[in-house]
Design a protein around this ligand. Structure first.
Ligand code: SF4
Length: 688
């Protein structure tokens, strides 16, 4: 029997754990520890343990499919390419939109970004960062000049105080949770703020349960207490920050006194004062957040508020400090870095900057030019345009995304996608979205390719090919390059290897400029920015100065605003959504993993015992949940871990899809939807 071990990086969360794939007779059949990665030191969570199980599933896509008379029919690659090329050439550039993928490699994302802007010449490219951390990119860029996690994962263990708000770290980023546990063992105080008492909250020294949507009020309150007690870092504020006086004027308002914020948030005033004291007096304090902060109509405000707190306490550019935005999917950081966003090329180089536009146009060498130097549509806006302005967008090319389960208000998304004239989906399984496509293209998964992904801490790490792709499945970038060649752009997509794609990308991308595959092979890999081949990479950002041109951090005075949809008589409960430790995103991989699926085979809605009692609902009962967007039937989980008046649903499960209920109302800057707060009612299902 031929057995080998191939080191690679986990395809699930943004932590970026490394492990060895066990390959027997050419097939991936297990995961074994790789001890040399400093991120996870050989440990993995349940998802990592079973990250091999979906790879050789019988229902992998193995051949191109073309829909004829409503049914998919197997096709050759040439037939599929010819049809796609002919259709895409028939539209004007801005009638086409592309969705890239946070699950695929940097090389794949770069290829689709180049294809969209260079071959199709459309401005409209985005991906699911819009749904999770678009507000981080915008908020942290406004505060520090760089929209990414400021410190490293290892650094969290060094902190003396860890403040986690809106992140169930122990379940969603378990190996980052391990660093929190190490910080606690080293004597750090752990503060946890969330509407649910999650596994993370159960490890905290102080748990603050709050009403979803009151984040800015809580953060302003903590900052007000810090200033009133003189715990702010006066030197940092004076020498490194702009906007302190304006911030101070807001956070010291009576509205944000602990007694008043108790009424807004539900957090007892004494707890708010304790949190302020622990954060304000700690030698170092790390702030960790995830989508509890970002997925709001005030997502950018929330993010800026976290940055305000960390600047106020001098915890930026410092070991054990930082604003640690925990990115969700394995390569959501990389997909953003690769310019799969409607406003930037790679490394956040602005599309509307004429010099940048010229740099990419010249660098790529398309004889007929590239897209206009104008911003495109965000994915959430694309869906609205499709329903509200029929005919403006006609075609969509989707690589590795599943908006039919991941996006808010799925009924609206379905209406939008069904109004397209032509849709291509490139994926590894027949997802809910692929089922609506005109052409489906079979792609390779992480175990079948070389490439790079960038974890939440800006660490760029390698994937290594462990087995051959099933059937006729191809590399994502290879599919794009071959399609581009069919459209007359073979010279612009000449790549033969992933490394050639990476090298072209880095030549246009300053923060990746010094990275090579050889350098990334080291167990610790490299953190961006890494501008030259001599540069050691940058685990901690903003040491000495921030990334704005003047080097200063910017404090933003922010007033609290309630969520767009609040409970009323008809819909008296708040719904917040999230994930669980056993499943990932829309479940297309984890629900095909035997062990993970056995642990949690379907979804649920959490209800506080008092709310359940008032509704006559018992634990495990199938109930009806309704919002202004739709209704689903879902099993009830009655638990005191959820706050009275609040409900929670994971969004992984198509049969009880939480996003039937969620609200497609957007943050005005980041265009991220408010997944974390909408109004619902929950009822017993009446017997017929
Ligand atoms: Fe994979 Fe994240 Fe688990 Fe690490 S913590 S094994 S990256 S899912």
């Amino acid at each position: 029997m031929d057995v080998k071990y191939v080191r690679t990086t986990c395809p699930y969360c943004g932590t970026g754990c490394s492990f060895n794939l066990v390959v027997k007779d050419g097939k991936v059949c297990g995961v074994q520890p790789y001890h040399r990665s400093p991120v996870n030191e050989g440990k993995v969570c349940p998802k990592g343990t079973y990250a091999w199980e979906f790879v050789n599933r019988e229902d992998r896509l193995t051949t191109p499919l073309i829909k004829k008379d409503g049914e998919f029919v197997e096709a050759t690659w040439d037939e599929a390419y010819d049809l796609i090329a002919q259709k895409l050439k028939s539209y004007k550039p801005d009638e086409i939109a592309c969705l890239s993928s946070a699950r695929t490699s940097n090389e794949d994302n770069y290829a689709l970004m180049k294809f969209a802007r260079g071959a199709l010449k459309t401005r409209h490219i985005d991906h699911c960062a819009r749904l999770c951390h678009a507000s981080t990119v915008a908020g942290l860029a406004a505060s520090f000049g760089s929209g990414a996690m400021t410190n490293s994962i290892l650094d969290i263990a060094e902190s003396r105080c860890v403040f986690i708000i809106g992140s169930n770290t122990f379940e969603q980023h378990p190996l980052i949770g391990r660093k929190i546990a190490q910080a606690k063992m080293n004597g750090a105080k752990i503060i946890y703020a969330d509407p649910r008492l999650t596994a993370t909250g159960k490890q905290a020294d102080l748990y603050m349960q709050f009403r979803s949507g009151s984040d800015v009020a809580i953060l302003n309150c903590i900052m007000g207490e810090i200033i009133r007690n003189g715990w702010e870092d006066k030197e940092w504020v004076q020498n490194r920050a702009k906007g302190y006086e304006e911030l101070k004027a807001v956070v010291l308002k009576d509205d944000y006194l602990p007694e008043n914020v108790e009424k807004i948030s539900g957090i007892p005033a004494e707890q708010l004062k304790t949190a302020a004291e622990w954060i304000g007096t700690a030698e170092s304090s790390a702030l960790l957040y995830s989508m509890g902060i970002t997925q709001h109509t005030v997502g950018v405000d929330n993010v800026k508020s976290t940055a305000n707190l960390q600047m106020l306490t001098g915890n930026i550019g410092k070991r054990g400090g930082g604003v640690n935005a925990l990115r969700g999917q394995n390569n959501v950081q990389g997909a953003c870095d690769m310019g799969a966003l409607p406003v930037v090329f790679t490394a956040y180089q602005k599309v509307i900057d004429p010099a940048v536009h010229k740099k990419f146009a010249d660098g790529w060498g398309f004889p007929d030019g590239i897209c206009e130097s104008k911003n495109g549509y965000e994915v959430t806006v694309m869906m609205d345009v499709l329903t509200d302005n029929p005919g403006e967008l006609k075609a969509m090319y989707i690589m590795g995304e599943n908006p039919m389960l991941s996006d808010p208000d799925i009924t609206h998304v379905e209406h939008a996608l069904k109004s397209l004239d032509f849709m291509v989906v490139q994926d590894i399984f027949m997802t809910e979205t692929a089922a609506l496509a005109d052409v489906v293209l079979p792609a390779t998964c992480y175990a079948e390719k070389d490439g790079t992904q960038t974890s939440t801490e800006r660490r760029v790490q390698m994937w290594h090919k462990a087995q051959e792709a099933p059937g006729q499945a191809k590399l994502d970038w290879q599919i794009i390059a071959e399609l581009a060649a069919k459209m007359g752009y073979a010279d612009q997509f000449p790549w033969q290897t992933s490394e050639e794609v990476f090298n072209e990308m880095r030549s246009l991308t300053p923060s990746y400029g010094g990275m090579t595959y050889e350098r990334l092979e080291k167990p610790e890999a490299l953190h961006w920015p890494c501008p030259t081949e001599e540069h050691p990479g940058t685990p901690i950002l903003h040491i000495g100065k921030c990334s704005h041109p003047d080097g200063m951090g910017v404090m933003h005075p922010i007033e609290w605003k309630p969520p767009a949809e609040v409970p009323d008589e008809e819909y008296p409960l708040v719904l917040t959504t999230g994930r669980c430790i056993w499943h990932w995103h829309t479940g297309s991989m984890t629900r095909r993993s035997e062990h993970l699926d056995a642990e949690v085979p379907t979804g649920w809605i959490e209800l506080n015992p008092e709310d359940a009692k008032a509704l006559g609902i018992v634990d495990g009962e199938m109930v009806k949940a309704t919002s202004r967007r739709g209704t689903i039937n879902v099993p009830a989980k009655v638990t005191k871990d959820i706050m009275k008046g609040v409900t929670f649903m994971p969004f992984h499960f198509a049969e009880c899809a939480a996003n039937v209920l969620t609200n497609n109302v957007l943050d005005p800057i980041a265009k991220i939807p408010e997944f974390k707060a909408c109004a619902v009612k929950v009822e017993k299902i009446q017997e017929a």
